[in-house]
Write a protein that binds this ligand. Sequence first.
Ligand SMILES: [Zn+2]
Length: 181
Amino acid sequence: MAKFQWRNRNKQLGTKGKPPSKNAIKYYKKLRLNHARIANMRRDFIEKTTTKIVGNIKHVCLEDLNVKGMMQNGKLAASIARQGFYEFRERLTIKIVASGGSVVLASQWFPSSKTCHNCGQINPELKLSDRIYNCPHCGTVIDRDLNAAIVLSQYGEVNQFTRVGCTRIYACELEGADSPG
Ligand SMILES: [Zn+2]
């Protein structure tokens, strides 16, 4: 897609006093269709995945994306991923709330990876390259992502009704889902 756009970078639609070339029209039509196709694929993926999740679980805790960290990369891929994440979150929230569950959004500053799921202590020494969580306090050894997932699920359970430490809990949407309109 990027290659396709680069190759056609000089094609212009309607320069002053000059009608657009046939190739330019063809290119922009193809570009439009390509964008639509990618958007459809993403939507389809989000629909299928969220339906699958709602079929299996009721209560979800999501981590907010570190938008600031991603902006520093300044990558287009990051902005697309971010947009996809927001869409995913919205669809998942609507479906889970409709089925009587709850969605808790943990702050992007919540140290899910650095917190020990067993003793709750924070290990500030953990680096991004450490795939195994080694707790210096209680000696727990566990896969890094698994630990973060357990910590998040604990966070979701604790904060489900209290709103403490959350940037946003979708309780208002829960009420809205019950009332007609
Ligand atoms: Zn520990």
